[in-house]
Design a protein around this ligand. Structure first.
Ligand SMILES: *Cc1c(COP(=O)(O)O)cnc(C)c1O
Length: 393
């Protein structure tokens, strides 16, 4: 059998190097555990970056995908399918969208953002507002709304007229939004910025200002949506209704999918026949997977599980941890005096997959099926992991 070391060597000779060198070559997963090609097991506390909501190999998802694959994987958007209609209806119900709302299915988060950008152009305005620290994706449109200079600068010029404001700064938000603003894009919790939650008051102000100026409020729930925070959608904590919401990551439990939800008839009507499209988006395979994910979250009360298990991380009291942040099963552990990449490597050697989301913070976004005992196993191991990382050369 080919070893992980050999495969990683061949990876370097076969791939465009945008991801650098991967950490491991994974072979399989079961529940919250993954196994690499050398047979070593890891507790997966990242779930493919908030994607494998049901963990690996959940029978409900496996059966839904297998059954749909037998029936039809793809049909094109000249036709439609029952799974697509059912999933759209289900998303509208869960997001408490008013009559006239709609769903556009895509294949990734960035594509959902692209659809939202095009939607915003149909207001007749072109100016966009986003937040510092934002991450909305890597396609050129989504990249224009993504704040990190290292991602943006090699590809300039991007679409113009994007203003970035500091998150949480109410005065800056008031100053940025006026009657020429097409849309404000906000992540209720900024995942890539290190799991930084915006206050309910700030989100309500965002709603108030965009409504007052006739601008669209687009909530990017690609990372925070579909139960990740212990709520179906994170903005429901602030009790606001957006004009549009983007989803992807966990929605189909690992099968590629993206979605734009438009709220109300006026917004939904902005995109007319022929103004947007996709080949793969809304295919019955991805939609059947999405339905299985939503059914399972409901049947197994995974919202409650995310809240309960996630709360074990509220106060860690572990040396080297200066703070914890986040909601449900989207969490960050802020370290003091220990570089996050070293902590990530030490965790991996100890059998735990986490992510150095910033130079000083680890991100956890485990499957929503994670048990108390599994997370306690990590918490018990954390002091030794951080001690190792703290003394690493
Ligand atoms: C991951 C992510 C995206 C981009 O999704 P892709 O599927 O990688 O294109 C956009 N916004 C947020 C908040 C994300 O977490």
């Amino acid at each position: 059998m080919t070893t992980g070391g050999e495969l990683l060597h061949r990876y370097a000779g076969a791939m465009v190097q945008v991801f650098g060198q991967p950490q491991l070559v994974l072979a399989s997963g079961h529940g919250c555990w993954v196994t690499d090609v050398d047979g070593k097991r890891y507790l997966d506390l990242l779930s493919g970056i908030a994607v494998n909501a049901l963990g690996h190999g959940h029978p409900a998802l496996v059966q839904a995908v297998a059954k749909q694959a037998e029936q039809a994987i793809h049909i094109s958007n000249f036709f439609t399918s029952e799974p697509a209609i059912l999933l759209a209806e289900r998303l509208l119900t869960l997001s408490m969208a008013p009559a006239g709302s709609g769903v556009f299915f895509a294949n990734s988060g960035a594509e959902a953002i692209e659809a939202a950008i095009k939607l915003s152009r149909r207001t007749g305005r072109t100016r966009l507002v986003a937040l510092e620290g934002s991450f909305h994706g890597r396609t050129t449109g989504a990249l224009a709304l993504t704040h990190k200079a290292a991602y943006r600068e090699p590809f300039q010029p991007l679409i113009p007229e994007v203003t970035f404001v500091p998150p949480g700064d109410e005065a800056a938000l008031r100053a940025a939004i006026d009657d020429t603003t097409a849309a404000l894009f906000v992540e209720p919790i900024q995942g890539e910025a290190g799991v930084r939650e915006l206050s309910a008051d700030y989100l309500r102000l965002a709603r108030e200002l965009t409504s007052r100026h006739g601008s669209l409020l687009v909530l990017d729930e690609i990372q925070t949506g579909v139960g990740r925070t212990g709520h179906w959608f994170a903005h429901q904590i602030a009790d606001i209704v957006p004009d549009a919401m983007t989803l992807a990551k966990g929605l189909a439990g690992g099968v590629p999918i993206g979605a734009l939800v438009t709220f109300g008839g006026d917004v939904t009507g902005l995109l007319a026949a022929g103004q947007h499209g996709t080949t793969f988006g809304g295919n019955p395979l991805a939609c059947a997977a999405g339905l299985a994910v939503l059914d399972t979250i409901e049947r197994e009360d995974l919202l409650g599980n995310a809240r309960r298990v996630g709360s074990l991380l509220d106060d860690l009291g572990v040396p080297g941890v200066s703070a914890t942040r986040g909601r449900g099963l989207l969490r960050a552990i802020e370290l003091s005096g220990i570089p996050a990449p070293a902590a990530m490597a030490a965790a991996r050697d100890a059998g735990f997959i986490v992510n150095a989301v910033t130079p000083t913070a680890l991100r956890l976004a485990p499957p929503l099926v994670l048990s108390d005992a599994e997370l306690e196993g990590f918490i018990d191991a954390l002091p030794a992991i951080l001690a190792t990382a703290g003394t690493a050369p």
